[in-house]
Design a protein around this ligand. Sequence first.
Ligand SMILES: Cc1cc2nc3c(=O)[nH]c(=O)nc-3n(C[C@H](O)[C@H](O)[C@H](O)COP(=O)(O)OP(=O)(O)OC[C@H]3O[C@@H](n4cnc5c(N)ncnc54)[C@H](O)[C@@H]3O)c2cc1C
Length: 382
Amino acid sequence: MSLNFEFSGEHEGVRDTIRRLCQDELAALVSDAEENEQFPKHVFKRWGELGLLGVRYPEADGGSGLDKISDCIVREELSYMSQAFASTWSAHTHLGIWPIWKAGTAEQKARFLQPALAGEKVAGFGLSEPDGGSNVRAMKTRAERVTGGWRLNGSKLYITNAPFADFLLVAARTKSDLKPESISLFIVELPNKGFDISKLKKEGIRASETALIHIDNAFVPDDCLLGEMEGTYPVILDSLSENRVGVAANALGMARAAFDAAVNYADERIVAGKRVGQYQAIGHKLADMSAQIEATRWLVYYGAWRVDQGTLDAATAARVKLVASETAVAVSEQAIRIFGGAGIMREFPVGRIHRDALVYVIGEGTSEVQRNIIARSLGFKS
Ligand SMILES: Cc1cc2nc3c(=O)[nH]c(=O)nc-3n(C[C@H](O)[C@H](O)[C@H](O)COP(=O)(O)OP(=O)(O)OC[C@H]3O[C@@H](n4cnc5c(N)ncnc54)[C@H](O)[C@@H]3O)c2cc1C
């Protein structure tokens, strides 16, 4: 094994592309989207044209044929601009389609994965339920066999992209027991008569659209059972592990954005004749923030490298996600303190970044759940 602490030329190229897109086209859309709590769906087409939706998928499947490190670079830069845009991207490019790439039939890949990678169809992922968030195994949504397909009944809570998605991957039990083996995934094209989707109002990632879904006797044809097989819970677990590294890269982007804003403010703001960064108390805060970000950066890209090596395990993914998401919360909180009263004003970005960062100590498995996974790997099951 060799240690290389440099990004390749290809990785730097990916960073340039996404940075330019953010600066030249997307940044101008963010404040309206946040204010209206509405994602500009047309952006998907542009992401598709630039190959940014299929970064980590093979070219043979319609992707860009790059790697997880590149995927994390895109996430980091999108989140640096707006976590709401990055969350929308992530729910689509990972949660909504990774299982199709991993376990879908050739027909399902042609029908759903390829148009999703091109930005022609938008995806989302319905796993969480009112009584089954951290405890996925408590999932109640049921799928019953009927002629030609399945009837789904139940509910899904906090589902990103659902208000405008073209299809959702929906987890449901195909047997009446409570075993994980009875959990399967269905590709549900929207609109579906049995899906009642209500958009929720949020404090964080406001421009990302999130919904509560009531599922009432929704018909899903046989060919929309993922992989045309029951019992795809292991695919969900693998997908979540990889995505924990992904959202850690998102958290890194948020932490960097809050830090850069704080450095600029500490440089410009004069109090009692001094730039506030010259006060040792503020300088030390900035020093701690920069050290936390540097440590997080290398942990995140180590996680991405493990994905690329095919050696990521659940405990490593949990460590990466735990550290990065808590860093984003801590750094953005310190940034607000450095801004003083201005940190509470909407005119400056740090308040928004902090609200957004809090979403990621909860979503994709809370910090407590990550600690449970890590403790379990050490032999301590709670
Ligand atoms: C903005 C947003 C977008 C989301 N998008 C999606 C999506 O697209 N698709 C999807 O399926 N889900 C999505 N989620 C759901 C998310 O994954 C859940 O919110 C998360 O898993 C936590 O579940 P919960 O909200 O039910 O919290 P709960 O499970 O009710 O947890 C409440 C508290 O109890 C703690 N707790 C629970 N169990 C344990 C335990 N065993 N040990 C220690 N502490 C515990 C938790 O850590 C937390 O502090 C989204 C959530 C948010 C906020």
